[in-house]
Design a protein around this ligand. Structure first.
Ligand code: 2P0
Length: 331
């Protein structure tokens, strides 16, 4: 019997954003969303069963997780244990190349890897869709990191129908050949967690219903653009969708604003680059950092321009792979 499993999951960046839940307990989103899994950032997580222990333990990058982080991991393991009919506690060891809590999708890769390793070690027999549904319960965006390339997360109406699946067309060298330059303006932890900011937006922003309607439409239009191999249409929709998400949270009380002056400077530059004939489109998540979509052949020139003479840190990314699980741990 295997008592240890390791999984690797890559971060994803949404082009049509998930911002707001309709059911907190089941982590059902208010809308569908569409993302690109990136090769540049990933989490590697090992889960080892320890039947003699009376509590779970967890480390992140070799250090014990904070009480809050451990509680969230342990709650997720409780769900896995209830599905598996097990009471064994576990040791979780995670190593991540994603800065945590900076709007760089650390929880997406983290919970997708945890879902993969925990499902294997507790003996849940899940297919990719089942793993996506499970990862969703840890962190909504983690449902998408189970798959590589372009991914759609169907909002669904209940636990069984809310899952992600891959969208053909985003493969490296394919018709869209997408790539992304990630401008890391601030890798520090954000002041308001995306979970709290989402909740506040749903409860207090008068713009929220319009956001939810528009995003469901955006996902459909983006899927059309992908099918047509039209990166420009996809990019224009993505930039608009991100600005609408931030407009919606600016409408919350108290308002949520993740942008800094540096964020705005990068948005200005993206607009100027486009006007100069370099097709590229910005998106921003729950943090000040800006991710810029382009066609892969344009990535070196884009990254060079965004680095602003080497004064800004820019990470270049191509489409990344889906979840990989190695259940061959110690027996
Ligand atoms: C997204 N974000 O679609 C959006 C855009 C951030 C901005 O998904 O509460 O960490 O754990 O379900 O998945 C971040 O939210 O939130 C996120 P929970 P999660 O990528």
């Amino acid at each position: 019997m295997t008592n240890s499993a390791t999984a690797v999951a890559h971060a994803n960046i949404a082009l049509a954003k998930y911002w707001g839940k309709r059911d907190e307990a089941l982590a059902l989103p208010a809308t569908s969303s569409l993302s690109l899994t990136l090769d540049a950032f990933h989490a590697t997580t090992t889960v080892t069963l320890d039947p003699a222990a009376d509590a779970d333990t967890a480390t992140l990058d070799g250090r014990p997780m904070s009480d809050g982080e451990l509680a969230r991991v342990s709650r997720f393991l409780d769900l896995v244990r209830s599905l598996a009919g097990s009471s064994a506690r576990a040791a979780v060891d995670s190593v991540s190349t994603v800065p945590t809590g900076a709007g760089l999708a650390s929880s997406a890769s983290g919970f997708a890897a945890l879902a993969g390793a925990a499902a294997a070690v507790y003996g849940l027999d899940l297919d990719a869709r089942g793993l996506s549904r499970l990862a969703r319960r840890g962190s909504g965006s983690a449902s998408r990191s189970v798959f590589g390339g372009l991914v759609v997360w169907h909002a669904g109406t209940d636990d069984a129908t809310s899952y992600a699946e891959p969208v053909p067309g985003g493969e490296p060298g394919g018709p869209l050949d997408p790539a992304m330059a990630v401008v890391v303006l601030d890798a520090g932890r954000k002041a308001v967690s995306s979970r709290e900011a989402m909740r506040r937006t749903v409860e207090t922003s008068p713009f929220f219903p319009a956001w939810a309607e528009a995003t469901e439409r955006d996902v459909a239009l983006m899927l059309d653009a992908v099918r047509a191999g039209d990166l420009a249409a996809l990019g224009e929709l993505a930039e608009s969708n991100a600005l609408r998400m931030h407009a919606t949270m600016l409408g919350a009380r108290p308002p949520v604003r993740y942008w800094t002056a540096h964020t705005v400077a990068v948005l200005d530059q993206v607009q100027a680059l486009r006007a100069d004939g370099l097709p590229c489109w910005a998106t921003i998540d729950a943090g000040p950092n800006v991710k810029v979509l382009c066609a892969a052949p344009d990535l070196p020139a884009l990254a060079d321009a965004l680095s602003d003479g080497g004064t800004r840190r820019v990470v270049t990314a191509r489409p990344g792979p889906g979840l990989r699980v190695d259940a061959g741990g110690a027996s």
